[in-house]
Design a protein around this ligand. Sequence first.
Ligand code: SF4
Length: 394
Amino acid sequence: MTRAPRDGVGLYVHVPFCERICPYCDFAVVAAGHLEPAVEARYADALVREIEARAAAFEGAALETVYFGGGTPALFRADTLRRILEAAIGAFDAKEPPAEITLEANPSTVELERLPAFRALGIDRLSLGVQSFDDRVLKRLGRAHKAALARETLAAAREAGIENLSLDLILACPGQTFDDFAADLEEALAVQPEHLSIYELTIEEGTPFALAAARDQLALADEDAAAGMLEHVAERCRAAGFERYEISNYARRGFASRHNQRYWAREPVLGVGMGAWSYEAPGDRHPYGARRMNPRELEAYFASVEAGDDAGVEIESLSLEQARGEAVFLALRRSRGLDARAFEREFGGPPREFHGAAIDRLMAASLLTETASGDLRLSERGLLLSDTVFADFV
Ligand code: SF4
């Protein structure tokens, strides 16, 4: 197996705190209300310690992207984020600032007021969790904000000099009609963002929404209605000049998320913080790459980092079979699809040699397309049923 050397790394910094927990969320999160300064300081200490300890595993790699995700990382003060950024730049001995520094934020007055200070730190990409511009939908989603605050935060982001603005929307929310969602999308497009991430609501096991759904207390859109909304997104975004570069992500030219593309291209990512995971590309220690997952509980995370013993950390060294499967389904997430020649260079044979039966089955079901040179892409139908496709390569 041969792979071109990867000399860059992306840093993902997970900040798990949220004002309150949304009933559909299954991320690694902690309800913090008004975040206590002592908790913020202790968590930042742990992040800095982790970055300094773990940067060595990516020896010599240039720090290309930084992504503050969560949770709600914009609940941290600008000084705290500065400290973390400086630690990262020092640990990676970065000669130049990272090419992209993203911050996730939610519409809130606290975050809105901090935007100029965040921009002054070098944060050049803001991903705002708008989710909907309809107060009825926001309420049913259990979100803490109202649409007016989202509008205010978006305007404040532009005023603060953010030139790479991304909006998150959710579709197929409880009680949401096609027209409700279409109005959300039109308002999002009218803001003229550089990037849109648009996801269908998924009901995750163990969440209050899963419980309500099991009791038939959640008026969810049926599959056809959700598919209609997804098709509408694709058409409207294309007409508005966005490229769909990944199943759920749309960008104006030059504004695809550099950090998020690292995951689909299987490029190294150091993930720090509670529940964060990292990807190490194939190398001496892990011939087919490795994933590492931090503890998902706050006290377990603190204990692991403060003792410096990796307790509770899960490390999974990938098998050749896993790496081949991931190479296929992660590439299929992107509109450019799987490059058969690159696959062959890495794995010693074309995709068909290892996945021929699955490829035939998926093509027969009109979920996959294949070019004469063996490159693979999801079909329009495959884009709607991508989980079914990916299950064949896991
Ligand atoms: S704000 Fe986002 S991360 Fe926080 S609880 Fe809600 S969905 Fe989860």
